[in-house]
Ligand binder design. Sequence first.
Ligand SMILES: [Zn+2]
Length: 142
Amino acid sequence: MLESLVLQRAKPRCMTMGRYFFNEEQLEMFRRTLLSQREHLLEDADKTVTRMGDANETFADPTDRATWESDSTRDLRIRDRERQLMDKIDAALARIEDGTFGECEECGETITVGRLKARPVTTLCIECKAKQEADEQRSNRP
Ligand SMILES: [Zn+2]
């Protein structure tokens, strides 16, 4: 009777512990890294918008215009990539909040701290990432 009560009480705590892969200090470090990456992205996005606004005035020389168009296409592509990265950063921050940060979404194993330090937005452990890249290479082959 007593034993089953203890088990019942112990179980949810174990599950909660299992969901958190890093201590509060490590999570705080990752949160700060992600937030500063996010800030830099926003700064770069501001610069891009300002530059495109300036370029709108330059139409006299057709060569200039062509240059501007290819520049702006490039800017749009960069902004697209920035937006994707921004989404990944937001998702990583959400994972820190809900305690799943650092869990490989493929195999459920813990992603190493070193890998997360280099790339905090990652959702795959090194093995699954390598496997994914190998699969991609296979499917890209003619
Ligand atoms: Zn994995």
